[in-house]
Design a protein. Structure first.
Length: 791
């Protein structure tokens, strides 16, 4: 077999770096462009972001050739691969789009259209990325749409990265070669979906396109080789899990054939295939070991250490040990990591290098910028920049022997002691309350009894109309919160200003004629951060932004201690909103699983215990709302599906404790109090039982982006309580037509029963403007009236 020998070894590295910019430069540039700004400004922002990132990573010590990952994705790595492969869905082709270079002006227009839709075309489906809070754009595989690899564009991108690296002030002599990163072909297909006639016969049919796709990758690799790339990172994260709709054996066979073909190319960069988000699996290591792939990466944050036997097929291949976790914000326990490296050194017959376990896109940039934190807690943190340092220090352990880590080991031990002794990490009252929880604390009255009590208490019409909670977060609202944060608006002024916003929101909902109103969430920057700021046990950061999807960024709170509620959080706002109307106003809380999922969570106790601590705090809030006269309370769990373990065997345990924890938070409610929950991000099939087990009186769901599939799944399941399958997708500015809403409501009512269906959008409206929000809701109210009249 002829293989292209790597021109140099794979140096210590990270698999990726945050792509939004330390001050969210790319988010801002994207939004400016989407708001009508010139594409040239976006291109300039992308280029300076790339230059700054290259420069910064070299400055942090990734100085060797191919040590710096060159992530060319502006929005999303999966969307980037779609565009590089020229995969433009039929409906976009029909609307005049064609395969183009992603970095060119037309490419950015195409990327924006695929991600956001246009007035004529619905966007790509957005779905969660493994068990993270990141979301990717699902590629669509259609029988009559071929791949059209943008090989020249990828080569040009590499040259552009290289030229930017040359401009770096830090470079002495030749600039280090960047290492292009790309989602691998097998993961690309597994993460995609079949669309069109083929999808109806079999979703798995998309995997038959692998050989053709590998041909497209071969073209990309050839062009990169010509442009001078020494290595390419081809990520195959799907190898860490087995819950896909393509059977594992087929995935493994796909890996063998794809990498055998790519390995056989003579004109190509060396191939580095990292497997993130869990254990690669011995079958995966064997398959990769049977090919000419030059380096394989394993995840030792989530994944298990492979045995010597499992590593045997990789003899001679470079092994990148992902000992620095990319999914958490805690400093790496270097003694433990060094011990893992030592063991791997004994077990692996070949070169060993150090990497992060995943791309660092899931953590913020730099913990050193967080100067407002309790210095002790701040000292426990490692964000992307600190993790780069840890990778290099651990690489020093491989080359420099026993002494290289001495200082770090001493820090580790001291840190562990301080953490154990910190008064907020161990709060006795929280622990004893949790120990006293009994099974009946997680159970409400019989559903039928509740239904009757609520029917009398609420008197709602059939197909009640409502929203999911948030209304447009206008510039005005953000200014109010910012002024309050800065101190230029005092507490009283702030409360008055927010009340005005609430009053405005309630008035608009009354004018629209909605049945169940909300206060609009103007006081919340974010549904998790808001609660974290009002509960003990969390810290929040000033600059800790991470990308959620598209241009959406979050600052996940850091849960470091025992959680409890010092005072009621939402009661005054809801009470105020309720005082303005005769219609019922829903109380609005974020559930324990979602608070966990969207925070960085302490790693020194089981997640289930942490979830229950949050649940007890929320339980008090539910009871206080109820005591204040609030008759409907919604506890959002949009992330229930998100935390679902990737390994099928681990799911039952997760679903048990997450459901129990939700029920602990809600079961303090009386029978007459109507408990709602809301879930989003589609793919509910695997969690329908759990959704049922939440025992909410009404469940609203995201359903429109995944083609309303959830409606039939719920009906097959025999779901017996209230249900609101969102009838339009709020993730795009498109206003749904009345007819289309009528169709969806009719379908839902027909399949699920008119007694149970609610009429609502599929998620909160905070990212929308008022104009499209009011237009859409007016259509919703009109469509509902039409369908009601048919009952
Ligand atoms: N109540 C929240 C809102 O309306 C729910 C958001 C979500 O599901 N992600 O914004
Ligand atoms: Zn939602």
């Amino acid at each position: 077999m002829t293989t292209a020998p790597p021109t140099h070894a794979l140096p210590p590295t990270v698999l990726g770096y945050p792509r939004i910019g330390p001050d969210r430069e790319i988010k801002k540039a994207l939004e400016a462009h989407w708001g009508g700004g010139d594409v040239a400004a976006l291109i300039e922002a992308i280029s300076s972001h790339r230059r700054r990132t290259l420069d910064h990573l070299v400055g942090l010590g990734l100085e060797e050739d191919s040590a710096v990952p060159a992530d060319g994705a502006v929005i999303d790595q999966v969307l980037d691969a779609s565009v590089l492969l020229g995969l433009v869905p039929r409906r976009f082709r029909d609307a005049g789009f064609a395969a183009v270079a992603p970095d060119a002006p037309e490419g950015l227009t195409l990327i924006s259209a695929l991600a956001r839709g246009t007035s004529e075309v619905e966007p790509l489906e957005l779905t969660k990325w493994f068990d993270t809070n990141y979301h990717y754009y699902v590629p669509e595989i259609e029988a009559d749409v071929a791949f059209a690899p943008q090989a020249t564009a990828l080569a040009d991108r590499f040259r552009a990265f290289r030229a930017l690296a040359e401009q770096s002030e830090r470079t002495v002599g030749a600039a280090p070669l960047p290492r292009p990163t790309l989602l691998g072909p097998v993961s690309f297909l597994v993460l995609a979906k079949s669309v069109g006639a083929a999808a109806e016969t079999s979703q798995a049919a998309r995997f038959d396109r692998l050989e053709e796709l590998v041909g497209a990758y071969a073209a990309l690799l050839g062009a990169l080789h010509e442009a001078g790339a020494a290595w390419i990172q081809l990520e195959e994260p799907v190898l860490s899990s087995d819950g896909w709709d393509i059977p594992r054996e087929q995935v493994i066979a796909g890996i063998s054939s794809a990498y055998e073909q790519l390995g056989r190319l003579t004109e190509r960069p060396a191939l580095f295939v990292p497997v993130s988000y869990g254990t690669a699996g011995d079958d995966a290591l064997a398959a990769l070991g049977g090919t000419a792939v030059e380096a394989v990466g394993i995840d030792l944050e989530r994944g298990a250490l492979p045995s010597a036997e499992a590593l045997r097929p990789l003899a001679g291949t470079t092994l990148a040990a992902g000992v620095v976790g990319g999914l958490n914000v805690w400093r790496t326990d270097v003694s433990r990591a060094a011990a893992l490296l030592d063991t791997l050194g004994e077990r692996h017959q070949g070169p060993l290098t150090v990497s992060s376990s995943t791309s660092l896109q899931h953590v913020p940039h730099d913990a050193a910028r967080e100067t407002q934190l309790d210095p002790q807690v701040a000292g426990w943190l490692a964000f992307a920049d600190q993790k780069v340092g840890e990778v290099l220090a651990l690489a020093g352990h491989l080359t420099g022997g026993a002494d290289a880590l001495e200082g770090l080991r001493a820090d580790d031990a001291a840190r562990r002691r301080l953490r154990e002794q910190h008064p907020q990490v161990h709060v006795e009252s929280v622990r004893s309350r949790l120990t006293a929880v009994e099974p009946q604390d997680r159970r409400r009255a019989e559903a039928e009894h509740r239904r009757a009590a609520q029917e009398t208490g609420l008197g709602l019409p059939p197909l009640p109309t409502t929203t999911i909670g948030s209304f447009p977060q206008t510039g005005e609202i953000r200014r109010i919160r910012a002024a309050h944060r800065r101190g230029s608006l005092d507490q009283q002024g702030y409360e008055e200003a927010i009340r005005e916003q609430i009053a405005d929101c309630v008035r608009r909902q009354e004018d629209l004629g909605l049945d169940v109103l909300v206060h609009g969430e103007a006081e919340r920057n974010d549904m998790v951060q808001y609660f974290a700021e009002n509960l003990e046990g969390f810290i929040t950061t000033a600059h800790g932004w991470v990308q959620s999807y598209g241009s959406r960024c979050l600052r996940p709170p850091i849960l470091f201690g025992d959680v409890h509620r010092p005072a009621p959080i939402t009661v005054d706002w809801i009470r105020y909103a309720a005082s303005l109307t005769k219609k019922p106003v829903k109380g609005m809380l974020t559930g324990p699983v979602t608070i966990l999922a969207w925070s960085f969570v302490r790693d020194d106790q089981p997640l289930a215990d942490t979830a229950d601590q949050i649940a007890l705090a929320l339980r008090d809030e539910v009871q206080d709302l109820q005591a204040a006269g609030v008759k409907i309370i919604q506890v959002d769990e949009p992330a229930l599906r998100e935390l679902l373990p990737l390994q099928v065997a681990e799911r039952p345990d997760y679903l048990r404790w997450s459901v129990e924890s939700f029920r602990l938070s809600t079961s303090g409610a009386n029978a007459a109090t109507q408990l709602h929950t809301h879930l989003c991000y589609s793919e509910f099939e695997t969690v329908i039982d759990a959704i049922d087990a939440l025992d909410a009186d009404v469940t609203t769901l995201e359903a429109s982006r995944s083609g309303f599939e959830v409606v039939s799944a719920l009906s097959e399941h025999g779901f017996s309580r209230g249900i609101g399958p969102g009838v339009w997708d709020i993730h795009s500015p498109r206003v749904p037509g009345v007819d289309e809403l009528i169709d969806r409501l009719r379908l839902a009512a027909e399949v699920l029963g008119t007694q149970r269906v609610w009429s609502n959008p599929d998620c909160g409206l905070k990212t929308r403007g008022w104009e499209e929000t009011e237009a859409s809701l007016r259509h919703l109210v009109n469509a509902t009236a039409v369908v009601r009249a048919e009952l």
